[in-house]
Structures are given as structure tokens and as C-alpha cells.
Design a protein around this ligand. Structure first.
Ligand code: SAH
Length: 445
């Protein structure tokens, strides 16, 4: 018999609060209960359990009572989302986006979303003096709806000027790349795909316009708890000692455990912002070092090189659910438009966490001017959402069904849920004040 995990590793995550919602992944969930039949093990789950079991067996053989082998939540998240063959975003079998999929995002709710983003990006390009070479970069384009809308506006607005457009897409999923390729076929721009923003160079002779929508929430987070001894890491471990796929008592099969010791990772990243250092003992903290690194890279890509003059600089928008502060309990799963437990069907559910915009800002503000975040509602309304809505409705006069759909989509983008829970952060090397970020920032709460 294998021994269960020692008591001191036990850690119970706080339950989710408030209402479960449909059709969006922003945070407001009820406690997820498991009932009915126990689902079979997923390939990712098997991998993790085998890893834990192997370590348990090894420690048994050595006569040690302590289980080793829990993995960080960041590794767990990375595995579940980006495992090369079994990861959630990597499998073409997973129906991710849209009404028939697991979640629907703003670009697919209304074309006005992408149009307002395009208008903001182009306003910055104009402030930079309309350079004749434009580079559009998107991180995590999903189905390619946003980039298609941004490109349509860009091409329409610039048809009178000779502007060369290059599109660089950062996408790890081969199956999503295929969808993006189809979506963009025939577009008059040269399009390139990259595995990582690391392969994108600072703009060379072109003005860069970058967008990242619901990208940073998908990046791995570490979870730490502040103890009297300092930050310790909340890990993921097996909660079963023997696999019994039909036993509801053994589901979910994974659990959180608190690392008995401080580690280099928990100490370095738990103290990686002065905001974290001042948190009281007992606090839980979700930190994404990957987000910090990639956001810094965004700053490098957009920064003006004043010494050589080779880089014209650029602008960018980062849009996601989150606020200008850190979170402790925002991690959640998502499936079929429902918020799920993070240990439910690993690899078959989306995993996500709120974005700490202040951390993104801290990563790049010595490189580029950063604005906001402000709420999505403030951003979209100030960029002219209502005016655009009226024009669209006029062009569909007489078609009640389409008009209703357009009106409903636009309203959803700014309703108290999506409009308030999503935040927008701007980056621009063109010099302020930058509309609409100069208005009162109301996403810092
Ligand atoms: N922006 C889209 C899709 C959001 S889902 C929309 O709003 O609809 C997250 C996207 O990021 C997916 O395309 C996913 O494959 C991609 N992604 C996730 N992690 C990534 C990483 N580390 N590098 C590049 N792309 C990633």
C-alpha cells in the first residue's frame, strides 16, 4: 500500500464565490461540486499521477515517509494548456471558441471590438507621423477574428496612402495557426507566425502596432502563501494513493499541497514586487513570472531606439480580465461556458487566472510609456462604440434579426460584467496625453 500524503502538506484552497456565469471567462464563480459519475482519467492527468506515484514508490523504497513529486501550479497549467500533443490549446479536437465551444471572446461577440482597437492603434500611428511601413503583431490570435477586424479597418483607412503592412502572429498551437491561416487568406499583407515573442525583433524601419487580448490570462502562474517563515509555494499533488477510476471519493484526483519549505522560486517571485513584500502573513498570491518576462519583451519590441534611430517605436493594447493589483484566488477552469474546478478533466478544460496589470507595468515601464489600465467599458465608449453601433444599425435597416444581434453584441461588450471586469492597458511611444487613458483611470480598484 502506498501511504497518503503527510498532513503538513495538506492545503485546502478557498472556495470560489458568487455566481457562476455563462459565455465569458471573467471571474465570478460558485463552488464547483463534483457529482454523478467519475470521469475517466485524461492523458495529462495520467502523466501527472504517474509522476507523483513514481516518486511515492521511490520514497517508499528508500523507507522515507515523505511524498515527493508535487509540481508547481505553473507547471500544471503549462502541461494542461500547452503540452505538445495533449494540451488544451494544442488539440484540434478541443472545440475551444464560439457558441459551440467552451468560451466566446469579445472579437467574436461584436466586430465593433476589433474596430475600436484598430482606431486606437491607428490614432497612435498618425501621432507618429504615419510612417509608410506598418507592422501588426498579435499575441495569441485564437481564431484570428481580432486581427482580421483590425486589418480590415487598417486597409480601409489607409487605402489612399501607400503603406506596406506586415503581420506577425505569435501562436503556439498548430491547429489554431491553421484556422488563422484560412481566415487571413487573401489579405494584402505578408503574414508570419512565431512560436514566441522572443523571435520578434524591435521594429526596424516600421511602426509596430501590437495587441494581446485574453493572452496573458492563459500564461502559467505560480501560487504562493506567505507564512511566518516567508513565501512558500502551493503545489499540485496526487490525492489518491491507488487509482480507482470509479470511486467518487477519489475525485478530483489532484489537490493543492503547501510546500513544507521555502524555495528559491517562492522567495524570488514572492518578493518580486514591493507590493507583494508588504502583504500580511496568511496572504495567498498568484504570480506569473512568464507574464512578466513576455510583457518586458513587449516593451522591448515597442521601444524606440533613440541611439540608432532604426526603430520607430510603436503602440500596443493589452486587454484581459484583471486589475491593477495582484490576486490570490482567481485561478479557475473553464468548459462549456461554465467555470470549473481547476482539477476537473486536466487538458480538456481551459485554465485561466486574472491578470495583475501592475506587474505587467512594472516589467516594462522603464522601456516604454504605459497608460491605464482603464475598464473595457470606458475604453470602448470613449473610442466611439455608440457612434459605430448607430452606423452599423443604419446599414442593416429593415433586417430586424441582424440589427438585434448587432445591438446585443455591442451592449455585452460594455455591460457591467464584461465592461467592468476586463481592463485595457495602453503602451505608446508617441508621447502623451493618450486618449482615452488620460481620463480618470477606473480599473485600478
Ligand atoms: N486572442 C484570442 C484568443 C484568446 S485564447 C481571442 O481573444 O479570441 C489564448 C490564445 O493564446 C490561443 O490562441 C492560444 O493558443 C494562445 N497561447 C496560449 N499560450 C501561448 C503562448 N505561451 N505563446 C503563444 N500563444 C499562446
Amino acid at each position: 500500500m502506498l501511504r497518503s500524503l503527510p498532513k503538513r502538506l495538506a492545503f485546502t484552497p478557498k472556495p470560489f464565490r458568487a455566481e457562476a456565469t455563462t459565455q465569458r471567462r471573467s471571474f465570478n464563480a460558485t463552488t464547483i461540486r463534483f457529482s454523478g459519475t467519475v470521469p475517466p482519467i485524461t492523458p495529462i492527468e495520467k502523466l501527472i499521477l504517474e509522476h507523483s506515484f513514481n516518486h511515492l514508490i521511490l520514497s517508499e523504497l528508500r523507507g522515507s515517509k515523505q511524498a515527493v513529486g508535487p509540481m508547481s501550479y505553473a507547471t500544471y497549467m503549462q502541461f494542461c494548456l500547452s503540452h505538445p500533443t495533449e494540451g488544451y490549446y494544442m488539440k484540434s479536437l478541443n472545440k475551444i471558441f464560439g457558441a459551440q465551444g467552451d468560451f466566446i471572446t469579445s472579437p467574436d461577440i461584436s466586430q465593433i471590438f476589433g474596430e475600436m482597437i484598430a482606431i486606437w492603434l491607428l490614432s497612435q500611428w498618425e501621432s507618429a507621423g504615419c510612417p509608410s511601413r506598418l507592422r501588426l503583431v498579435e499575441l495569441g490570435p485564437g481564431r484570428g477574428t481580432l486581427i482580421t477586424d483590425v486589418l480590415r479597418v487598417t486597409i480601409t483607412k489607409k487605402s489612399s496612402q501607400s503603406v506596406t503592412i506586415q503581420v506577425d502572429l505569435v501562436e503556439t498551437s498548430l491547429s489554431l495557426r491553421e484556422i488563422q491561416r484560412e481566415r487571413l487568406s487573401g489579405v494584402p499583407a505578408s503574414i508570419h507566425w512565431y512560436d514566441s515573442i522572443d523571435h520578434i525583433t524591435p521594429s526596424n524601419g516600421s511602426f509596430t502596432m501590437l495587441v494581446a487580448h485574453e493572452f496573458f490570462d492563459a500564461l502559467p502562474i505560480h501560487v504562493f502563501r506567505k507564512t511566518d517563515e516567508g513565501w512558500k509555494e502551493v503545489m499540485v499533488s496526487s490525492r489518491v494513493t491507488e487509482l480507482d477510476e470509479s470511486n467518487p471519493e477519489q475525485y478530483p484526483r489532484l489537490q493543492h499541497v503547501l510546500s513544507p519549505e521555502k524555495t528559491a522560486i517562492s522567495t524570488i517571485f514572492g518578493n518580486s514586487s514591493s507590493r507583494f513584500q508588504s502583504l500580511p502573513v496568511g496572504s495567498d498570491l498568484e504570480v506569473s513570472p512568464t507574464s512578466f518576462r513576455l510583457a518586458r519583451k513587449v516593451g522591448e519590441v515597442l521601444a524606440k531606439n533613440t541611439q540608432t534611430g532604426s526603430s520607430l517605436g510603436g503602440c500596443g493594447l493589452i486587454i484581459d480580465y484583471g486589475r491593477d493589483h495582484a490576486f490570490g484566488h482567481s485561478r479557475r477552469g473553464f468548459k462549456n461556458h461554465q467555470i470549473m474546478d481547476i482539477f476537473h478533466r486536466p487538458g480538456e478544460c481551459d485554465l485561466t487566472a486574472n491578470v495583475d496589470f501592475a506587474y505587467l507595468k512594472e516589467s516594462m515601464q522603464d522601456l516604454v510609456p504605459v497608460y491605464g489600465p482603464i475598464t473595457q467599458k470606458l475604453f470602448l465608449t470613449q473610442m466611439g462604440l455608440m457612434v459605430r453601433l448607430e452606423r452599423l444599425l443604419q446599414s442593416h435597416q429593415g433586417d430586424q434579426t441582424t440589427s438585434d444581434r448587432i445591438r446585443e453584441g455591442a451592449r455585452r461588450l460594455i455591460n457591467p460584467q464584461m465592461g467592468e471586469e476586463y481592463s485595457v492597458m495602453g503602451i505608446s511611444t508617441t508621447g502623451g496625453p493618450v486618449h482615452p487613458f488620460h481620463l480618470l483611470s477606473d480599473a485600478s480598484k
